[in-house]
Ligand binder design. Structure first.
Ligand code: CP3
Length: 346
């Protein structure tokens, strides 16, 4: 594939770049009126996710309207539990809800299925990627993604969002065998799913471990890192990004994982992380998503300060977590323009 803009892939591989690439986690949907127009014409979020032509359309919207250097396929991390036999609903203003959760071996057999062809149950993602790639026609790379096993586990055990995910963490103490069994199953399906996305045309894949930060370091090594490492080891076709939100203590271990890029949240300075991680990984991030609530001139200043702290070319610019739904798209554009106008000094 000849790209018109492959900055993202070159930055991920540690190759030379003329300027830093920039995209936003959760850039599709959420902030764009063009997304809401499509979304409101449908029965719900899942219909959009499962209709490949529309999923492709909203995937490309941020490339057209925000001028980002990458597209990320419009889907959700929760399609994996659903494919494994645990259906979810997205309740307006509440978030995802699973009617059933996994509490026992019997639940695991029923709702932790692995014995299926991912193309059968998740073929709509494959099709959405194929359509998106065709329509993008090399303008920018397309990012595929999945949730990390630990984060998916949290939803399958707690049954929805939670501040503490205490049901999930309880299982690590009361029934670690069952926990490992489920984590292994999620990992196996996720690897097959990411390979399907790559075959369909994903140019880079990101694994979102959004709830990495709620575990102590020993537990994260055992129940989190072990499984994202398995995924990173299994994917060699395209660059891999691991985003383990809040897992600072795990950074020295993450630095040894088989990925190209580590995603960072906004709690640590990039300069400090670079000292821990060394030069062999690309770092992605990490402006505080709330910085986009400040004025246009402050956004420019904060973004330039962050860019000044980068001492190498191994960077992909992003926020430290997904863009918040009520951010003014004009503020996002200021962030993106500032990155694009920045001259790399080293
Ligand atoms: O733009 C993109 O990044 C692509 C699409 C994408 C969505 N979800 C679409 C979505 C991606 C990459 C995700 C990942 C995701 N989903 C994560 C990991 C990233 C993170 O934020 O930590 C998690 C934890 C989820 C689970 C999830 N899905 C929640 C908690 C919610 C409800 C809250 C919200 O609005 O995000 C969803 C629904 C969801 N996923 C929406 C979108 C655009 C909102 C649906 C709507 O009402 O239109």
């Amino acid at each position: 594939m000849d790209f018109k803009n492959d900055l993202l892939l070159r930055a991920a591989r540690g190759e030379n770049i003329e300027r830093y690439p920039v995209w936003l986690m959760r850039q599709a949907g959420r902030i764009l009126p063009e997304y809401r127009a499509v979304r409101n014409s449908l029965s719900g979020f899942k219909e959009l996710v499962e209709t490949p032509a529309l999923a492709a359309e909203v995937t490309i919207q941020p490339v057209d309207h925000l001028d980002v250097d990458a597209a990320i396929i419009f889907s959700d991390i929760l399609v994996i539990p659903e494919a494994m036999g645990l259906e979810y609903q997205l309740i307006e203003k509440v978030g995802p809800r699973f009617e059933k959760t996994i509490k026992s071996e019997a639940d695991l057999v029923k709702h932790g299925q692995t014995d299926f062809d991912v193309e059968d149950r998740l073929g709509y993602v494959k099709e959405a990627i194929e359509i998106t790639k065709k329509e993008l026609n090399g303008r920018v790379p397309l990012i595929g993604f999945a949730g990390a096993p630990w984060t998916i586990f949290c939803y399958m055990i707690d049954g929805g969002g939670s501040k503490t995910f205490s049901e999930s963490r309880k299982m690590l103490y009361q029934n670690p065998t069952l926990a490992h069994e489920l984590l292994n199953r999620i990992t196996e399906v996720t690897i097959r799913y990411l390979k399907m996305q790559i075959k369909a045309g994903a140019d880079l894949v990101q694994v979102f471990d959004s709830w990495a930060g709620i575990l102590g370091n020993n537990q994260y090594n055992e129940f989190g890192l072990k499984y994202i490492n398995k995924i990173a080891d299994a994917i060699n076709e395209v660059p891999v990004t691991l985003f383990a939100k809040g897992a600072y203590a795990a950074l020295p271990n993450l630095a040894n994982s088989n990925c190209n890029t580590l995603g960072l949240d906004w709690n640590m300075s990039v300069a400090d992380v670079r000292k821990i991680v060394g030069e062999n990984k690309t770092l992605q991030g990490n402006l505080d998503p709330c910085a986009l609530y400040s004025s246009h001139s402050e956004i420019e200043q904060l973004t330039n300060n962050m860019l000044d702290s980068f001492k190498s070319k191994r960077h992909i610019v992003n926020l430290g977590h997904g863009v918040y739904p009520d951010i003014d798209p004009e503020k996002v554009k200021t962030f993106i323009k500032t990155v694009k106008n920045y001259e790399i000094k080293n």
